[in-house]
Design a protein around this ligand. Sequence first.
Ligand code: CP
Length: 309
Amino acid sequence: MGLARKDLLGMRELTIDEIRLILDTAESMKEVAGRDIKKVPALRGKTLINLFYEPSTRTRTSFEIAGKWLSADVINVSTPSSSVAKGESLKDTGLTLQAMHPDIVVLRHPASGAAELLARQLTASVINAGDGAHEHPSQALLDLFTIREKKGRLEGLKAAIVGDITHSRVARSNIHGMQRMGMEVRVAGPRTMMPCFIDRLGVEVFTDLERAIADVDVIMMLRLQLERQQASLFPSLREYSRLFGLTLERLKAAKSDVLIMHPGPINRGVEIAPEVADGPYSLILNQVENGVAVRMALLYLLAGGGQAG
Ligand code: CP
């Protein structure tokens, strides 16, 4: 059984059943990582193109590993080494790649809506690997997978997402995904980093970190996205860190079994103290590990491969 859709553009469009199918499939895919020979024939003969207009370590590498473990042919295209650097448009680059018959194109792009635009042009499946400040669905899916793996469920859990909500595609995708799966979501950060209509997303808004993290099951810290901020939204990094950085001291306000997450890359000592990032409740590297399994599931379900045996 696959997903009854051509593309994965955002969490907002996914149903509960689709999210469950992806997470359950990822569970069986995770077993491949423990094998001596990490290879199954599920996507043999399929071609995956990773088209990245922005830097990435986790997402690009894990889609590449996921494709290779499933036996797909994987091609990486990044802007400095492609004709994008000569001014070629996204549409023309997409149509050029399409002429080589890929089955899936994974796109990361700085513009919100870029993945949808490309999906309309191509017959290949398009996976949104992050479009501007809009969505990053595979990140939210691996976050949900990691929470479910640790807590055994999603429904009824409470999460606090902390930081630069306005510029965070991870926050937006997680808000949609967590709510769809029955979780309660809070957001916390300076007012200057809250989108104007945040209340319409059905989240509770906090400007005090300690109040926000009290009695939640999951704390998701966000990276300060200085590259997306048009103007300084706080007086200094030190000030931000003093008010919204997650330190061991601050964690005393949280539940003793709280899960601490961060999509990465982290700014150590800014939004998260090193002792917290490396501490016993930190799931940062579990998230990375699970990213491969979740992306294998996505490729498998979208490319309609054979048996993953
Ligand atoms: N979380 C995330 O998207 O990381 P990368 O930018 O390294 O892919």
